[in-house]
Design a protein around this ligand. Sequence first.
Ligand code: ASP
Ligand code: MG
Length: 401
Amino acid sequence: MLIVKKFGGSSVADKERIFNVAKRCIEEYQKGNDVVVVLSAMGKTTDHLIEMAKDINPNPPKRELDMLLATGEQTSVALMSMAMSAMGVPSVSLNAFQVVMHTSSAYGNARFKKIDTKRIRHELESRKIVIITGFQGVNKYDDVTTLGRGGSDTTAVALAAALHADACEIYTDVEGVYTADPRIVPNARKLKEITYDEMLELATLGAKVLHNRSVEMAKKYGVQLVVRSSLNNAEGTIVKEETDVESMLISGVAVDKNAARIAVIGVEDIPGIAFKIFDLLAKHNINVDVILQSIGREGTKDISFTVARDDLQEAVTILEENKNRITAKEIKFDDTVAKVSIVGAGMQSNPGVASQMFEALYNVGINIRMIATSEIRITVLINEEDVEKAMRAVHDKFMEE
Ligand code: ASP
Ligand code: MG
């Protein structure tokens, strides 16, 4: 069997953890399997590298930032190979250049295009454990690129797809995917299984356990994932197309505090205004989520929507600059909001899920400011200060029954 194992930053944070990972990989190897290991940077290394960069230049050139950040993963893979060598097992570390892992040219947000598997195959054939840098690639200019924070998961899935691996295991510091963040909701439960679609919604909505693009790619190439702990042998959570267990109504509650609300007030109630507003934002690569348009009155209306808090400043500036073009009287914003979402494949065939969620919020006196839904999720926008109360109330409503 060929197995891809990915370990996150906390799993390789220090010497002891590095040896722990080395041992787990060696056990797999000694069963006769081919083992490809993908590593993140140690502990908080990536955060520290970003701080170093910003200290030198608050606005570092993106190419140079990628050049810097990619060193974090290179450190982990080299040290891991040294650990395995100390344990008497043949291994080799490879960076994205050596593989080669080709990506698009977008520094800081690159996407995989093609992965050459020849070098990896060759190393596996000579019975080495192959240890590969997560989070990075090479673009058409032969520059180093990175995939965005948390991107090592995507490296693992991309490799599993390219190598037609028999398993892709994502090791982390929690035991799997939970129905909610256990730090906020103490009675959150670990899920046995979850579908790609549910996981994608949860990952996009703020659950940090998997990089959302890794889930997208796993779905596209049919790579079944297991999320489990690097520190014990507990069974993890399986992420796949369809779950076997009768699908629960709700598989998770997610929160996203990186949200801000913008209201474009008093625009003309004529065709083309929404197009102009969202086209402007799209051209600046600003993602918009929940959208609400008021009913027209006296020829005008208001259009409100949410953006990531990091994008708020830029979005407001763009809208202010184009106030006349979009016929707005005023641009208002609020960055003290948060999104709480419930996700579950079961809601497609069960009416009343939305009302149950709203009831749970009503029972604890929380006001809903905006609502958005898809087939398998319901999102409400609430005041940030209410988030923890909202999560517990909603989680209890669906999980306690
Ligand atoms: N080291 C990178 C980060 O901290 C990538 C990863 O951990 O997946 O975002
Ligand atoms: Mg991660």
